[in-house]
Design a protein around this ligand. Sequence first.
Ligand code: OOG
Ligand code: NI
Length: 266
Amino acid sequence: MHTDVNALFAALWQDYINMTPSADNIHQLLSKGEPIINDHIALRTFNIAKVNLSVLAAHFESIGYVACGDYNFEQKKLVAKHFEHPDPNQPKVFISELLVEEFSQAAQTIIHGLIDQVDVADTKADNFLYSGRHWQVDLASYNTLLAESEYAAWVAAIGYRANHFTVSINALPEFEKIEAVNEALKGAGFTLNTSGGEVKGSPEVLLEQSSTMADRMVVDFADGELEIPTCFYEFARRYPMADGNLYTGFVAASADKIFESTNAAG
Ligand code: OOG
Ligand code: NI
């Protein structure tokens, strides 16, 4: 496991921009040469003991992150936690896990077949959080999972890595409103996730978020290739709580829609 938070995020970022070439352009568009502050990143997994949320979380807890909030997504059959570092300038981390036992026997058999291929030692290695897939998966299995869960299919094809980084709009010198960020993105030709509206959340819930639809890339499967969604970029504006400090949590109703930024269909 990493011992240095900056080294871990540098490695996560490098992997993320390899999967998300548009992120570099968006970075240029919004930063105007100033450094960007990352509000948070997110990772996904299955709730099987060898690779579950706690296994991913251990990599962050070992460098000082603490669990701060629990979220439940009943319809998507997944749960999540968010983690914060004592240094508020370090990105927050949102980790979710799919409740595998709630899916069909066929989907469960496929998912267990993938995780059986994972070497436990690899889940503890420095690079696990940006190591991608640890298994072979064929196109029929991908499509079976896709029919039941976009999330399951995404993890099966893409594996362990940050599925998004998030620009802190609060820290952008040239933008204040999320609507202005969205207009700049659309003007430059990027496609926004419109599920639940372009802006998810509101000042009342202390968090406004928007995101691009994921980049697409040709990915290797055991028996062929297929172009599928990879990773996306998110934008978040936080509002102060009664005590004057910015809200640091997430909003489940908004998160539910952000997940759909990697949907393969539509
Ligand atoms: C996480 C979706 C939730 C947020 O900021 O609410 C999220 C995911 O897509 O894995 O990132
Ligand atoms: Ni997010």
